[in-house]
Design a protein around this ligand. Structure first.
Ligand code: NCD
Length: 309
């Protein structure tokens, strides 16, 4: 039974361990295939629509590239200012419209819950590419794909999630997926940006071991991997609060020398100042490989949604 056929992708908690393993398997098949050829025309004639109400580089372009590598096409509503959204059209009406032109919708929107709302307004699959401070499930999948690639396994890892755990949708989705693999998690953030209590207690209920701390060095010493995140400036109603926490956690040469052990570093990107460019040449710096993996995961998801895997 094709597990994602006709389905929406809305939340990191919608997958079973078996689902995740299947998605990663399909993604690695596509990664191998793309070494030999440019396209795998499984989705000829299928059209993907990107609806991005917030900025994006990697997520939108990798979805567009993914559908094209699969032989389909992409249409996009460019800047919100150039569409009927600027005339006051509701999200639901826009979704209904786009559903007439495309076979799958990829949505990024500033409101938490918007992807679910969109999915309820249409019969075609909706993929959540980030709903406010909510979820970003396709990023979580490419993150675990990268973790397995870098560390050889997903089981029994100790992982530090660092930065804006309150507003970061990538970490909100990632912890859901990691909870399937017996991970131990360090949540490293300023007090103001702690992981929402609801998420933490829900994970603890599932048996995930969690340590909350403001000490990145202590967490890094205990971890196989550090997942850095950007402080989500756009989510602050009061910019003076942002000023208090910006630059809270920075990985640079000095930090790595003090740490004095090899660690894998991921970041969903874009970065501001939380990883110094000097770190890019460090063998454990895997964030550019991680970003590249977005293509394979998104190809896998699209092929599976259309029942081709
Ligand atoms: C993230 C996002 O939009 O949530 N970017 C991404 O999709 N890779 C992370 C961020 O903006 O900080």
């Amino acid at each position: 039974m094709p597990i994602l056929k006709g389905k929406d992708i809305l939340h990191g908690n919608q997958f079973t361990k078996k689902d995740v393993e299947t998605i990663l398997k399909v993604a690695s098949e596509f990664e191998r295939e793309l070494k030999k050829k440019d396209t795998l025309p499984l989705l000829k004639g299928k059209i993907l629509a990107t609806l991005f109400y917030e900025p994006s580089t990697r997520t939108r372009l990798s979805f567009e590239a993914a559908i094209q590598r699969l032989g389909g096409g992409a249409i996009g509503m460019g800047a919100v200012e150039s569409s009927s959204v600027a005339k006051g059209e509701t999200l639901v009406d826009t979704i209904r419209t786009v559903s007439q032109y495309a076979d799958v919708i990829v949505l990024r929107h500033p409101r938490t819950g918007s992807a679910k709302e969109a999915a309820e307004a249409t019969s075609i699959p909706v993929i959540n590419a980030g709903d406010g401070a909510g979820q970003h499930p396709t990023q979580a999948l490419l993150d675990v794909y990268t973790i397995r690639q870098e560390l050889g396994t997903l089981k029994n890892l100790t992982i530090s999630l660092v930065g804006d755990l309150k507003n970061g949708r990538t970490v909100h989705a990632l912890v859901e997926v990691l909870s399937l693999f017996q991970s131990k998690l360090y949540f490293v953030s300023p007090d103001l940006l702690r992981m929402p209590e609801e998420i933490t207690s829900n994970l603890r209920g599932k048996g995930v071991k969690i340590v909350e701390t403001e000490d990145m060095m202590e967490a890094a010493r205990a971890s196989h991997l550090i997942y850095m995140t950007r402080i989500q400036k756009e989510r602050f109603a009061d910019l003076s609060e942002y000023e208090k926490v910006k630059g809270s956690f920075i990985i640079d040469q000095t930090f790595l020398e003090k740490l004095n052990k090899k660690v894998t570093i991921l970041h969903p990107l874009p970065r501001v100042d939380e990883i110094h460019p000097d770190v890019d040449a460090y063998p454990g710096a895997a964030y550019f490989r991680q970003m590249r993996n977005g293509i394979f995961i998104r190809m896998a998801l699209l092929a599976m949604i259309f029942g081709k895997r």
